[in-house]
Design a protein around this ligand. Structure first.
Ligand code: PLP
Length: 404
């Protein structure tokens, strides 16, 4: 099939209809710019849903792929490999964790985390310690366990009987959480900043309270940092800014900067519960993915890049506030670092997707977080000129909607 035969219509012909992609098909990217089949250029404020943390085709990532591609692509976990061991060492040195389990996606890292906390509780306290508490509007992935732990029944309903002993509490409401807690509580899983749920930061006092409740009831705290991790909030991991250390942390998305990889991080105390044969993954710890992860982590985990995230957050906040002064479309600009949410005011409620589509028409790629929130998750090293140009285009999209 020649390239010219690949059109958006082919998607509807050959793909399972789980997605509704835009009309244009991107074919090339460099830094924070992307080009479609017609040669039209876009500024990328989406970064593949908080994945492309170093933009498109960063030379260090390209070099890492090329170097590893000439050495070793895959082995299986019957053998270990050098990139996996080096990346695990990097992750343990940079965080609270002592031990790493590699997976391929955020959902899989969370699946591993949920199995670990259940297994640890069964082994140390007995079968009846099985309750997992998570939060309404939370998102943890699409496997049946993770989607059930997630707090949106629209994603988990309609597939038959769900995994049990999972309860949901309102986010940032410590009293409601405390009411659900008992000796039966095995673990709490939470995002330190809810991404898909609308860009809602955890109140630091709430997060500290969750930790204290977990400690009181011998329950484990799992932070899902799939979206917030690897520099996104301006800290390497968001827990570092909250001052609350989890027992288990999951990381994916930006860890590979565009190459599929995920990891579950935990402690020496918990890790033995996933002994040989209890869990596994064919591709988890794949040398190609881990070689890219090493390159990404080395670049992101520097004071310059992390401080640059906070600087860029300010550029976004200032520009979005200015747009709002002119056009009155937002009720709030929120989020942390380069996980920025612009909540639509009542007049534009439910219309986030219209803004997204209008922005694409003007040459800016961005995201939504639910029907009422526009989400910006660009590269952590996006140049100032691209921020300005992308936001100028976005403002034209906003102007079109408000004057329509
Ligand atoms: C917080 C969080 N957890 C888990 C996931 C699932 O990750 P994946 O799509 O890689 O399975 C996502 C994806 O958006 C996420 O934002």
């Amino acid at each position: 099939m020649s390239e010219s035969n690949v059109s958006r219509a082919l998607f509807d012909e050959v793909m399972v209809p789980t997605y509704a992609p835009a009309k244009m098909i991107p074919v090339k990217g460099a830094g924070s710019r992307v080009w479609d089949q017609e040669g039209r250029e876009y500024i990328d404020f989406a970064g593949g849903i908080a994945v492309n943390c170093l933009g498109h085709c960063h030379p260090a990532m390209v070099d890492a792929v090329k170097a590893q591609a000439d050495k070793l692509w895959h082995l299986s976990n019957v053998f270990t490999n050098e990139p996996a061991l080096r990346l695990a060492k990097q992750l343990t040195e940079a965080t609270f964790a002592d031990k790493v389990f590699f997976a391929n996606s955020g959902a899989e890292a969370n699946e591993a985390a949920l199995k670990l906390v259940r297994r640890y509780a069964v082994e140390n306290f007995g079968e009846e310690k099985d309750q997992i508490i998570s939060f309404k509007q939370g998102f943890h992935g699409r496997t049946f366990f993770t989607v059930t732990v997630g707090g949106q029944t629209t994603y988990s309903d309609g597939f038959g009987p769900k995994p049990g002993a999972i309860e949901h509490s309102p986010y940032n409401d410590l009293a409601a959480l405390e009411a659900l807690f008992s000796d039966r509580t095995c673990a709490v899983m939470m995002e330190p900043l809810q991404g898909e749920g609308g860009i809602i930061s955890a109140d630091p006092e709430f997060a500290k309270g969750v930790r204290a409740l977990c400690d009181k009831f011998n329950a484990l705290l799992v932070f899902d940092e799939v979206q917030t991790g690897v520099g996104r909030t301006g800290e390497l991991y968001a827990y570092m800014g909250l001052g609350v250390t989890p027992d288990v942390l999951t990381t994916a998305k930006a860890l590979g900067g565009g190459f599929p990889i995920a990891a579950m991080l935990t402690t020496d105390k918990l890790a033995p519960s996933l002994k040989v044969g209890t869990h596994g993954s064919t591709y988890g710890g794949n040398p190609m993915a881990c070689a890219v992860g090493e390159a990404v982590l080395s670049l992101v985990n520097t004071p310059e890049v992390l401080a640059g995230v906070k600087q860029r957050e300010q550029w976004f906040r200032d520009a979005l506030n200015q747009i709002n002064e002119k056009h009155q479309v937002f009720s709030e600009i929120r989020g942390q670092g380069l996980l920025v949410g612009a909540a639509l005011n009542e007049k534009y409620a439910g219309r986030a997707r219209d803004f997204l589509m209008a922005a694409v028409e003007e040459g800016t790629m961005m995201l939504v977080a639910g029907p009422n929130v526009l989400r910006f998750t660009p590269s952590l090293i996006i140049p100032e000129a691209d921020v300005k140009e992308g936001l100028a285009r976005f403002e034209r999209a906003v102007a079109k909607i408000v004057t329509a």
